[in-house]
Design a protein around this ligand. Structure first.
Ligand SMILES: Nc1ncnc2c1ncn2[C@@H]1O[C@H](COP(=O)(O)OP(=O)(O)OP(=O)(O)O)[C@@H](O)[C@H]1O
Ligand SMILES: [Mg+2]
Length: 309
């Protein structure tokens, strides 16, 4: 097993305030690893340490077999990196900015840059200073992908992208994965991680609390389902199904939660005339609770958990 990213007890305090604590990450060659957590969890802190843009308080980080502290320059040369906040030279156009990065790096084939720009619908002629948030993000993505790096580290790559562009980005990730590249991306959106990643690490309050195969997530996921029937809502038929809970019925409508697959509820609903049906993706908190129970959530949330009901 070859580890592309390997951290041990990685810890960062900003003065006395917690950045990350005791993070042990193992990312293997060919992984698409989703680093998932709410605002302030420690995603950017971890990523910046991997690229030696920030020094850890303790612990170690190895990237592509190189020590992050000793070999930061070589690591940054080999990795495609999209920072969470992207600083640009405002007077350069998109094309000039990309040429600048391409010259720094070398080994960039320009037709590929044009292809990426076209796919992301990015106008290279505009000045960086005049770009909208989403368009700056696109420029950052092109810059990260343009040398086909063996490892991509992307800090919230889809933040600010519209749905069409997001979809194109997911396709780029799939292709990079198929080409054998390794991808480490941060996100606070579970469906996105489920869509593109093979593994997911949950970060909470600075700690990596779990790492799971994405394929296993669906089995534990809690869906919120609402069904509107033409006739009276057949609540009793649903209450007895395995995995169904929190059933609420008004004359024609039924709402409930489902743990696991939706197969049994779809088949039960199909015995009646269904007017409308919605199923909401499980959110991060629900999924976390399904995995680790209330106790685990409270423990991970630490002293700040004054809202733990
Ligand atoms: N320069 C800094 N000085 C002091 N505290 C910081 C600094 N940068 C980050 N922190 C703190 O470290 C913790 C982790 O922040 P980090 O930016 O890594 O979170 P994140 O998971 O990337 O969040 P987001 O989803 O909002 O980007 C937060 O509590 C944050 O307030
Ligand atoms: Mg961040």
């Amino acid at each position: 097993m070859t580890l592309v990213i390997d951290t041990e007890h990685l810890t960062k305090f900003y003065g006395s305030s917690r950045g990350i604590v005791d993070v042990d990450l193992d990312v293997e060659v060919g992984d698409v690893f989703g680093f998932l957590g709410p605002n302030g969890a420690g995603k950017t802190t971890t990523i910046r340490i991997l690229l030696d843009l920030l020094r850890p308080s303790s612990g170690t980080a190895t990237v592509l077999g190189l020590d992050a502290r000793a070999d930061g320059v070589s690591i940054r040369g080999r990795v495609g990196y999209l920072p969470g906040e992207y600083a640009l030279y405002p007077r350069l156009t998109g094309a000039e900015t990309l040429r600048y990065y391409a010259n720094l790096r070398g080994g960039v084939d320009w037709p590929y840059v044009d292809t990426l720009a076209r796919r992301l619908d990015f106008d290279q002629a505009r000045r960086a200073g005049d770009l909208s948030t989403g368009n700056k993000r696109k420029l950052g993505l092109i810059q990260a992908f343009m040398h086909r790096p063996e490892l991509l580290i992307l800090d919230e790559p889809t933040a600010g992208l519209d749905p069409l562009v997001q979809r194109e980005f997911y396709a780029m990730v799939d292709e990079a994965h198929a080409a054998g590249q390794t991808i480490f991306l941060s996100s606070h959106v579970l469906p996105e991680v489920q869509r593109v990643c093979s593994r997911v690490g949950f970060v909470r309050e600075g700690r990596l609390v779990a790492v799971e195969d994405v394929a296993a997530l669906g089995k534990k996921a809690v869906h919120h389902v609402e069904i509107e029937f033409a006739g009276a809502a057949p609540a009793s038929e649903f209450e007895t199904l395995a995995g169904v809970g929190a059933v609420r019925a008004t004359d024609h409508r039924l709402g409930f939660t489902v743990t696991g697959t939706l197969d049994a509820i779809v088949k039960t609903a199909a015995r009646h005339e269904v007017v409308a049906m919605t199923s909401h993706e499980p959110d991060l908190e629900d999924l976390f609770l399904a995995y680790y129970g209330e106790g685990a959530a409270d423990a991970a949330a630490g002293e700040g958990a004054d809202d733990a009901a």
